[in-house]
Design a protein around this ligand. Structure first.
Ligand code: CTP
Ligand code: MG
Length: 253
């Protein structure tokens, strides 16, 4: 993309911006006949909803990482979007993200910025994406992520669910996605963290932390919870319905 074709609301960056969306999971904790990313959330397939949220005018390309036995992708509008390319995922989320980054790096230089965003977070607001990009880029940090400070009192439990300790929460955050890094650095960090730490690489930031850098935590101001269990599904549906009704009443007034 040339600078003259970058939309005016685009955050300033020194490279084009890519997005990688891991969507190769099976959604065991939610359940249902098909994987959760293909179930309809307030009448729109969750993966399509997530992609509609991240395929912003200032995003160059989106890589969607699908399960090897995926049978549903071709039914989505996103499958015919020229900005979107796909690959297949791996056993852990981190393997799937790494596959997506490797495909991206066949088409883009190592220093290209990438946002990794879960298919299972369909509520992400454009305003929070822009805040993340701007905060990370302006801070000079090697990368960063949306997150929320922990507000509940935290307990450490023993193996019988007895509370043994109250953990000081003042500097604890819950990590979300998108997580933003330079793609080549993220590939190297994921490869080495997967080798040495395996299943404890639960997000991109953890891989970067293992490689010795400190990603910037940027507070998400809008709802962006992950759809994991049926209660999350119900909450997200209620939120989307309320938004739709509010939109209708504003149009009528
Ligand atoms: N994911 C992936 N590859 C995997 C595992 C997960 O691409 N091997 C993706 C999921 O599709 C989801 C995101 O990573 O978009 C976050 O994972 P999670 O919410 O845990 O989804 P699932 O693994 O599908 O759900 P569950 O753990 O309940 O089976
Ligand atoms: Mg999972």
């Amino acid at each position: 993309m040339t600078s003259s074709s970058i939309p005016s609301d685009s955050p300033i960056l020194d490279t084009p911006l890519w997005v990688v969306v891991p969507a190769a999971g099976t959604g065991q904790r939610l359940g249902g006949e098909i994987a959760k990313q293909y179930q309809e959330l307030d009448d729109v397939c969750m993966l399509q909803r997530t992609l509609d949220g991240v395929a912003l005018p200032y995003v160059d390309k989106v890589v969607v990482v699908l399960a090897e036995d995926d049978e549903h992708w071709q039914t989505l509008d996103a499958a015919s979007n020229a900005k979107v390319i796909t690959t297949t995922g791996g056993q852990l989320r981190a393997h799937s993200v790494l596959k997506g980054i490797e495909l991206m790096l066949e088409h883009a230089p190592d220093n290209t910025w990438v946002l990794v965003h879960d298919a299972a977070r369909p509520l992400l607001a454009a305003s929070d994406i822009k805040r993340l990009i701007t905060a990370v880029y302006n801070s000079g940090a090697p990368g960063g992520l949306l997150a929320t400070p922990v507000h509940d009192t935290l307990k450490r439990a023993d193996e019988f669910a007895g509370a043994v300790e109250t953990v000081i929460r003042s500097n604890l955050w819950q990590a979300q996605t998108p997580q933003m890094f330079r793609a080549g650095e993220l590939r190297d960090a994921l490869q080495s963290a997967l080798q040495s730490h395996g299943e404890s690489v639960t997000d991109e930031a953890s891989a970067m932390e293992f490689s010795g850098v400190q990603p910037l935590l940027v507070e998400a101001l809008e709802p962006n919870f992950k759809i994991t269990r049926p209660v999350d599904w119900a909450l997200a549906t209620a939120l989307l319905q309320a938004k739709r009704l509010m939109g209708q009443s504003t149009e009528q007034s």
